[in-house]
Design a protein around this ligand. Structure first.
Ligand code: ATP
Length: 311
């Protein structure tokens, strides 16, 4: 449905988006995940035709953003990180105003506002001033605003940012409900957010894609990778590497944080099998004092940190 082709946006020396390409399928909830400054907002602004790319393009249903910005905007609802709300307006008046801009007639307007009030759970605040609402309610009003034109595609920039845990769950529930009918692209810098809401994640770092995977696949890969942390006295790294490196399933033997004559070593295992017995057998043949031996499985959080760490 959406095809991103070799897209770049440069601000002088800064490559906010640096040659990215991927596709978004109809009906998908796609999480655009990355640390602050990764280029998520820049990408969303290009997708919603508020910003021109430096190079490359995006096609939405085969329409090019460069030549068909108006048609594409009509297909999309956009909730920027700071929703464009007027604090002095009542929620109902604000939504009526948005409906007018979208060109809805009187009857359609009434029906649509009723529908959105139910979908976004804002019925009880329709006659309150926006400025008096909690951040969670403001965000739901923002969501209703983005959906006024009944868009096929919803683009949500950090929709749960700044919300408390209860408000986060409420917004996620609403997004999942909407996602049954629409294509949603949401950005977040929190992995658990993507995990809870999205079907697929595209992880970006410094303007580039570093991973693109269905959430389920990411989770399945987790049980297969583990790290065994070891610590020894009377051992050196080269000897440990020579003893443990050849064991089937060992992918890497790297130094850990050693001090006071204690050698710390991290062994990365890439196998579904438990190879601790083989590792222990290899250690037992040596004249080392084993001080520590524990296995930990990778979490999604670890993967995200590895993919987006500084260097
Ligand atoms: P955040 O989560 O903090 O909003 P982000 O992933 O959305 O981050 P962007 O806001 O797209 O990232 O920014 C990507 C990079 O481009 C950053 O280094 C940012 O400083 C830079 N940048 C964004 N907008 C501009 C601009 N108008 N002029 C110059 N640099 C910009």
């Amino acid at each position: 449905m959406i095809k991103v082709e070799n897209l770049s946006k440069h601000y002088g020396e800064i490559r906010a988006v640096d040659g990215i390409g991927f596709e978004i399928n109809q009906g998908e909830i796609l999480g655009l995940l990355g640390p602050n400054g990764a280029g998520k907002t820049t990408f969303m602004r290009i997708l919603t035709c508020y910003l021109n790319p430096t190079a490359g393009t995006i096609r939405v249903k085969d329409l090019n953003i460069k030549d068909h910005a108006l048609e594409i905007r009509r297909m999309m609802g956009y909730l920027p990180e700071n929703a464009p709300l007027y604090p002095d307006m009542l929620v109902y008046d604000y939504l009526r105003y948005v409906a007018d801009i979208r060109g809805l007639d009187r009857e359609a307007k009434r029906q649509r506002i009723d529908q959105l009030a139910a979908t976004c759970s804002i019925k009880e605040v329709m006659h309150q001033a926006i400025g008096e609402l909690s951040k969670g309610y403001k965000q739901r009003v923002g969501l209703a605003q983005a959906m006024m034109g009944d868009p096929e595609i919803l683009v949500l920039d950090e929709p749960t940012s700044g919300l408390d845990p209860n408000q986060i769950i409420e917004i996620r529930t609403i997004i999942k409900k909407i996602g049954k009918e629409k294509t949603i692209i949401l950005s977040t810098h929190i992995l658990s957010e993507a995990e809870a809401t999205c079907d697929r994640v595209v992880i970006i770092n410094k303007g580039r894609i570093v991973a693109d995977s269905p959430i389920e696949e990411l989770k399945q890969s987790l049980g297969k990778e583990s790290l065994i942390a070891l610590a020894f006295r009377n051992a050196d790294l080269a000897a440990v590497r020579a003893a443990l490196g050849p064991i089937a399933g060992v992918a890497a033997v790297e130094p850990g944080e050693s001090n006071d004559g204690i050698l710390a070593v991290n062994v990365t295992c890439r196998t579904g099998e438990d190879i601790r017995p083989q590792i222990y057998a290899a250690i037992k043949k040596q004249d080392w004092q084993l001080l520590e031996f524990h296995q930990q499985f990778r979490s999604l959080e670890n993967i995200f940190r590895e993919l987006t760490k500084e260097n």
